[in-house]
Design a protein. Structure first.
Length: 202
């Protein structure tokens, strides 16, 4: 699937799709700081799913062009400063950081999630969530693709390691999750574009 960068969407949290769980209830819980895994049943079910978002559209003169460097910096900031992208994230502790990876501790009320993000500079960001408590292992990969000079796409790939039989059993629910993930990923690009317009990406 392919989407244009100018599409509208909701806020973003792709690592464990916390937002997808909240969307399923049509609104944030009344006391969203009390969110737990049982309140948000989508978290363990990332499934296998891939889609493309178009970044630069040469046919749309109203859309500012992003450079690879700006796009890359935005994707890195999504990992380093997730609160910009996730308004209901209470806290993100960076436990370890190098030029090629960071380890994070994410707090959503009583729900705490640990993950590791690795970087292939100017090309790819990979979020890896190890198995923890009731959350199974999963990955989210964001890859910059350039089929033609300065025509960029970002490919988002989700994988929870489930086999085809498991995915088939969850087919109806997976359709909903795919829609929620797509919307939140589009919003990641929208936020990056807004940051670029403000001069925050160099």
């Amino acid at each position: 699937m392919r989407y244009r960068a100018g599409s509208r969407s909701g806020r973003n949290f792709s690592e464990l799709a916390l937002q997808a769980r909240l969307r399923s209830a049509k609104a944030l819980p009344r006391h969203y700081k009390d969110i737990t895994l049982s309140d948000c049943p989508c978290v363990p079910y990332i499934m296998k799913f891939s889609h493309l978002i178009e970044i630069n559209d040469p046919l749309n003169p109203l859309l500012d062009t992003l450079s690879r460097e700006q796009l890359w910096r935005g994707l890195v900031l999504r990992a380093e400063t997730p609160k910009v992208f996730v308004p209901y994230l209470d806290k993100c502790n960076i436990l370890e950081k190098s030029s090629l990876s960071i380890s994070r501790e994410l707090h959503y009320g009583t729900l705490v999630v640990h993950d590791r993000v690795t970087f292939l500079p100017q090309e790819q960001v990979v979020y890896h969530v190890p198995a923890q408590n009731e959350i199974p292992e999963s990955t989210l990969t964001m890859t910059i693709e350039e089929p033609e000079p300065n025509i960029f796409f970002v490919r988002f790939e989700y994988d929870d390691g489930a086999d085809e039989a498991q995915d088939s059993a969850e087919a109806m629910y997976n359709d909903f999750r795919k829609s929620a993930y797509t919307e939140s990923d589009i919003d990641t690009i929208r936020t990056i574009r807004e940051m670029a317009e403000k001069g925050e990406l160099g």
